[in-house]
Ligand binder design. Structure first.
Ligand SMILES: [Zn+2]
Length: 159
């Protein structure tokens, strides 16, 4: 705590404005590497099973965060559609500029997994989206091993 006479001695603080460009690079990690390679090479979404609680983790993890045990070596490809567990309709981009058309962003889960993926939902009007709607991924032709290997999700054809 400064005494009043000390505050008088403080210099006037000057400000210098500028920008600090920051870039970063994270490794995918063991689990992420395997997950994204399966997306790229097999167009598969893999979930890692916990041998203790039997949950399937998505995104897959090397360790179950609840049980603190290594997940099983054999990962399970997700079969069948995912289901919309939550969604929002986005009207502005990251710079707060209006989008040409609203975008739907959904949390997509599978009945047998703990977790899910957040991704774009397209080929459906926002007012048609409902919780529990069955959806399927639309894969990119050229895949590089990233979440954008799925262009978007759309309503599942057979549901
Ligand atoms: Zn577990």
């Amino acid at each position: 705590m400064l005494r009043p006479e000390q505050k008088q001695d403080l210099p006037v603080l000057r400000q210098v404005q500028g920008e600090i460009p920051i870039s970063h690079r994270y490794t995918l990690g063991v689990a992420g590497e395997r997950f994204f390679k399966a997306m790229r090479d097999q167009r598969q979404l893999l979930a890692s099973p916990c041998p203790k609680c039997r949950d399937l983790l998505l995104p897959p993890k090397a360790y179950c965060p609840r049980c603190f045990v290594a997940t099983a070596e054999a990962w399970s490809p997700l079969t069948g559609p995912g289901f919309v567990r939550g969604f929002t309709v986005v009207h502005r981009d990251l710079d707060e500029l209006p989008l040409a058309a609203p975008e739907i962003v959904a949390l997509i889960g599978w009945p047998e997994v703990r977790g899910g993926l957040v991704h774009r939902l397209q080929e459906v009007e926002p007012q048609q989206v409902a919780l529990g709607m069955a959806v399927e991924p639309v894969w990119a032709t050229q895949r590089t091993g990233c979440l954008a290997d799925i262009l978007h999700f759309r309503p599942a054809a057979n549901h």
